[in-house]
Design a protein around this ligand. Structure first.
Ligand code: GLU
Length: 497
């Protein structure tokens, strides 16, 4: 180990990259950047049965989207590669051989059947689990017989059976484990692949990792790792076990709570800066008050001391609020580019053809104030992408109005709008307000009909700004079309006798 801070994010390629894993990546990256250290990505792919095609690509894409740049890793390489554990198998087997030779580990020939039986009976007896150590003290002749018989063997670590093992955790403080409660765990499977316990220790050592930040579901495994380091005569890195992310009911965050792949958040329309800020606050805080913290302030202020032990609740309302806040912080240019990029990546049904940047620049301010997710933009702007808005004629008629009155109001609106010299929001509003008064209708009734006529939407961006962006020709054409959809006279009700 060197004095240099070297940390790693060590995902297993077992499918989607969940928010919990990403939060670990963010903390690890922040710690590296804060301390001018190295951020290493290492792929832990030794459990072949769990590997899922394409996970690594998705994972690297997620990190890149979030702006978590890595100094060493599977694609960029580095001085301590390779960065796939499946390409480092010789290191694990050499280490396992050395541990067997030194008496710290042994080959175990127990069949899967025996182990299953053992598990079952121990559970019934005293609820304990784990290996009973049958192969721990085989003599040379017994061992030779098993080897001759060609029985498949695993390699187990010889855990001390007495005493305790103490971890100095940077978050949990001193944690002491009873050795007798920890069984002789498997280090090498019968197919020759290492387990996590062996591989992470070997790699963290050879990759000169100074600090291990990982989920606190690994806390109970740490005495195994500490004993392994000790048996190998290697310095132990410092550990920081990160608190769980919890659902609002404080259960473990699961898929049903939306703990989906982080790339799904991109698809739903969250900004990467929102995700980094929001996830950073799951278990860490700047000062218990500040919610919006820029990326550079996160880097400047991140410290393990301010990570809490207690689980952190994932609050979707807060995420939505924060995303809205980040969207409002964008300049119009930035928002236009973000929307274009988002629409290109996830083409919305409302947009048959990508609009040019000029139009998006004009549209962006119409939605910026109220957007929480980028996905809400296209539906609210749908009328821009068709030749005419789509609606039922009945929608033109506002509460307290009838079709003929609505038609007259819209005709009067046309008369008021046509002579206007300019067609910007500030010019449009006063004559239309005056008109409502003159007609004796409520402002909401007139504006409501105009809103449907020009957008087809009941809830749409601000009316006059929208009409300005639509332009005189289109807006007047839409209002004329609305007039033509309404009868001049209210249909006479059939006389009753
Ligand atoms: N591959 C392990 C996981 O995905 C890594 C744990 C660690 O960071 O050591 O949970």
């Amino acid at each position: 180990m060197t004095d240099r801070v070297r940390v790693r994010y060590a995902p297993s390629p077992t499918g989607a990259t969940h928010v919990g894993n990403v939060r670990t990546a963010i903390f690890t990256w922040l710690f590296a950047r804060r301390n001018g250290g190295d951020f290493v990505v290492r792929v832990e792919d030794t459990d072949q049965s769990r590997n899922v095609e394409g996970s690594i690509e998705m994972l690297l894409e997620a990190l890149a989207w979030l702006g978590l740049d890595w100094d060493e890793g599977p694609d960029v390489g580095g001085p301590y590669g390779p960065y796939y554990q499946s390409q480092r198998l010789h290191l694990y087997s050499e280490t396992a051989d050395a541990l067997v030779a030194g008496g710290h580990a042994y080959r175990c020939y127990c069949s899967a059947h025996r182990l299953a039986e053992l598990r079952r009976s121990r559970k019934q007896q005293d609820g304990s689990s784990g290996y009973d150590g049958r192969c721990r003290d085989l003599d040379t002749a017994e061992r030779a017989a098993f080897e001759r018989g060609g029985a498949p063997a695993v390699v187990r670590f010889r855990m001390p059976q007495q005493g305790t093992t103490t971890l100095e955790d940077m978050i949990h403080g001193e944690v002491t484990f009873e050795n007798r409660l920890i069984d002789d765990f498997v280090m090498v499977r019968s197919n020759g692949f290492p387990t996590y316990h062996l591989a992470n220790v070997v790699d963290d050592h050879h990759m000169r990792i100074s600090h291990v930040l990982r989920g606190d579901d690994w806390l109970s495994s740490s005495p195994r790792h500490i004993r392994l380091y000790e048996a190998l005569g290697w310095a132990t890195p410092r550990f920081a076990h990160l608190p769980m992310i919890l659902a609002p009911d404080r259960s473990k965050l699961g898929k049903r709570h939306g703990a989906a792949s982080v790339l799904e958040y991109r698809e739903m329309g969250y900004l990467p800066q929102t995700m980094v800020n929001f996830l950073s606050l799951l278990g860490w805080s700047l000062d218990d008050r500040t919610d919006i913290i820029s990326g550079s302030d996160l880097v400047g202020n991140f410290s393990i001391e301010r990570i809490s032990k207690a689980g952190a609740v994932f609050n979707v309302e807060k995420l939505n609020w924060m995303n809205g806040a980040y969207i409002r912080m964008l300049s119009v240019e930035e928002l236009a580019d973000v929307l274009l990029d988002y629409w290109r990546r996830f083409p919305p049904a409302e947009i048959p053809e990508m609009p040019d940047r000029g139009l998006v620049l004009a549209m962006a301010p119409l939605v910026q104030e109220r957007l929480k997710e980028l996905s809400e933009a296209a539906p609210r702007l749908s009328f821009f992408f068709r030749d005419a808005p789509s609606y039922d004629s009945g929608d033109l008629v506002q509460k307290g109005m009838d079709e003929a009155r609505t038609r007259r109001a819209l005709e009067a609106a046309l008369d008021a709008l046509e002579p206007l010299g300019a067609f910007d929001a500030a010019t449009l509003e006063p004559p239309l307000r005056a008109l409502a008064k003159e007609l004796g209708v409520k402002v909401g009734q007139l504006f409501g009909s105009l809103r449907i006529a020009t957008t087809g939407l009941r809830v749409a961006p601000p009316l006059f700004e929208t009409m300005e962006v639509l332009g005189r020709e289109r807006a007047l054409r839409d209002i004329r079309a609305a007039v033509n959809r309404l009868p001049e006279r209210e249909a006479a009700t059939a006389p009753t006798d």
